[in-house]
Ligand binder design. Structure first.
Ligand code: PEP
Length: 248
């Protein structure tokens, strides 16, 4: 894996009260042991970012948003801009998560606009790509992922990926308890890396989809897997900590 640092990102999705968050953050910070080669971030709901920021400031952990509106500012009721996330000290913004593609109709073009907006704000986009079970079973997994990456790369340029993270999340593995086998995951990660030529060697590529403490070590051993994007496992302090340590 050369000089690539590891990265573990917790996506809390639409979960938690401030009280729940306090407990979870105390559990994480209470059990934290310094990690040398791993960056760790938590992405709570927008309304909880100030609470998480306050709790994590001065720690080794970073925080981020789960999405963003691509516009700088203006008449976009209910939306949050990347500049607002930057103002709250975020480092990362997840974009193109399959739940938003599916539930909010976010297209590849829209995701490309978000990617640009996140970088304009000085933050690091975590671009999620992945195939459905039908696409996998019909042999279209790699072509699907290649097309999702192409749209963003054509809009932003190859060099933009020097300051970006890609997360491979097979849709059939997110929140389902099913994980891609190490072979399946490694094949896709190697393919993603190839799409970026020379630059691919330094690109951080995360795996996401039912990663837990019991399967993380096996995934992190693979040559092209640089860390994980976690849903369910990020809501339990001990699970989250164990996965972060496996990444070290
Ligand atoms: C996710 O939502 O990004 C995710 C990977 O979820 P889970 O870990 O729960 O499958």
């Amino acid at each position: 894996q050369g000089q690539r640092r590891r990265l573990v990102v917790g996506n809390w999705k639409m979960n938690g009260t401030r009280e729940d968050n306090t407990r979870l953050l105390q559990g994480i910070l209470g059990g934290w042991t310094a990690l040398e080669s791993v960056d760790v971030a938590i992405c709570p709901a927008f309304v909880h970012i100030p609470q998480v920021a306050e709790s994590l400031k001065g720690s080794q952990l970073h925080w981020g948003g789960q999405s963003t509106n691509p516009h700088e500012a203006g008449a976009y009721t209910g939306e949050v801009s990347a500049a607002m996330l930057a103002d709250l000290g975020c480092r990362y913004v997840i974009i193109g998560h399959n739940e938003r593609r599916r539930l909010r109709g976010e297209t590849d073009d829209y995701v490309a606009e978000q990617f640009l907006a996140v970088q304009r704000a000085g933050l690091v986009p975590i671009l999620c790509v992945g195939e459905t079970i039908e696409q996998r079973e019909s042999g279209q997994a790699l072509a699907t992922i290649g097309a999702q990456l192409d749209v963003v790369r054509n809009a932003a340029g190859l060099e933009a990926f020097e300051h970006a993270v890609v997360a491979y999340e097979p849709i059939w593995a997110v929140g389902t308890g099913k994980t891609a086998t190490p072979d399946e995951a490694e094949q896709v990660h190697a393919y993603i890396r190839e799409q970026f030529g020379e630059l691919g060697r330094q690109l951080t590529i995360l795996y996401g989809g039912s990663v837990k403490s019991h399967n993380a070590a096996e995934l992190f051993q693979l040559q092209d897997i640089d860390g994980a994007l976690l849903g369910g496992a990020s809501l339990e302090a001990n699970e989250f900590l164990a996965i972060c340590r496996h990444a070290e």
